[in-house]
Design a protein. Sequence first.
Length: 134
Amino acid sequence: MAKVKCQNGCQQFFHETTDQFDPEATPHGGMFSLMEPFRSNGWNSFPEHVGVVGSALECPDCGAPYADSSNRVKLDGDHVPTSAPPPTAADVIPDIIAHVLALSAEGKKPGEIGAVVGLSHKKVGALIKKHGQG
Ligand SMILES: [Zn+2]
């Protein structure tokens, strides 16, 4: 069973899929089951049977339809990016320093290094002074 995300509204999870759920089929009420503790708390939700389709399948909290414009619902875990997130500035800066020092160790001048890493020769010089050894 997978949780159904309120993709058009509050982005929360109130229903999970049932055995009837088929991602290739038109979603209907029988494919979804109101989760606990909402069910026990008496939340008012759409009837969980095959006759309930389209915009009737709506979030019991905010009322947004679960299905998107192509009549697909979004499940928890759908489209999770598998690649690493883009590096933040904090990740990049040590890389630049390491790059600068490596080029410096090869005997490159600050102006040449700056052209490679995208810094002014003054900044390159300052980095080498601050982080370099010797
Ligand atoms: Zn919602």
